[in-house]
Ligand binder design. Structure first.
Ligand SMILES: C[S@@+](CC[C@H](N)C(=O)[O-])C[C@H]1O[C@@H](n2cnc3c(N)ncnc32)[C@H](O)[C@@H]1O
Length: 218
């Protein structure tokens, strides 16, 4: 394990778990390591949810976000990711707490029966602009697949795809929550507004985190 760590493998991949929201999340090599700042996205989702809420964790990676919401609130949880490695890892975290995990490209992975029923759509999409991936720490650059990091030209390409279909998957008063950089947030909010959602931006100075929330109002 020491040799692996010295070789640059993220500590979470060496030990096989990540600590997230006080929980131990099982983690396999090649799966995105949940970041401490993303605990803010979870806190915002918990604030908006209610018992029995239908929660979807799209782009779920290890499944950490949905599991963390479920630890605080009794919810119906569905998680999905495009990467088979992430999906098998998420199954180990999500299924024991009664959630389901699907594999595929964004919404196409989800059962059609969820359309119009989602109360909370968590989506920590990749949002690093392509040109900036090379500036990331080696642990991310070398040990997390590009598909987990690269958000295209301005970093918001996957987010735009999530946004454009969000209205048809959300329940009335349901919200989609994404994490962005500080600079991307006003653009992401404008994207949500353009796609018929009421958008707001919220930040945590302590976690240096920015979350953009889009809500379907009638
Ligand atoms: C930034 S990581 C976030 C993972 C997890 N939500 C977390 O915060 O720890 C982004 C995730 O999106 C997934 N992803 C990228 N493109 C996708 C797509 N088109 N459809 C579904 N998942 C996708 C990646 O495989 C990766 O697991």
């Amino acid at each position: 394990m020491v040799e692996q760590r010295v070789a640059g493998l993220p500590i979470e991949h060496v030990v096989g778990f990540a600590e997230f929201c006080g929980l131990r999340i099982s983690l396999d090599p090649g799966v995105f390591v949940p970041r401490r700042r993303t605990e803010y996205l979870v806190a915002e989702a918990i604030a908006l949810s209610r018992p029995g809420a239908v929660v979807v964790d799209l782009c779920c990676g290890s499944g950490a976000l949905g599991v963390a919401v479920a630890a605080k609130q009794s919810i119906e949880l569905y998680s999905a990711d495009i990467e088979p490695t992430a999906v098998s890892c998420a199954r180990r975290n999500v299924e024991p707490i009664g959630g389901q995990v699907f594999e595929g490209d964004l919404y196409s992975a989800l059962p059609g029966s969820l359309r119009g029923r989602i109360d909370i759509l968590l989506s920590n999409v990749p949002y690093v602009p392509t040109d900036e991936v090379r500036l990331l720490p080696a642990e991310a650059r070398l040990h997390e697949p590009l598909v987990t990091l690269d958000g295209g030209g301005d970093g918001l390409e996957v987010l735009r795809r999530v946004s454009v279909e969000a209205r048809s998957w959300l329940a009335v008063d349901g919200s989609v929550l994404v994490e962005t950089s500080e600079e991307q947030a006003p653009i992401a909010a404008a994207v949500f507004e353009q796609d018929g959602l009421a958008a707001r931006i919220t930040t945590s100075d302590e976690l240096y985190a920015t979350v953009v929330i889009g809500t379907k109002l009638r």
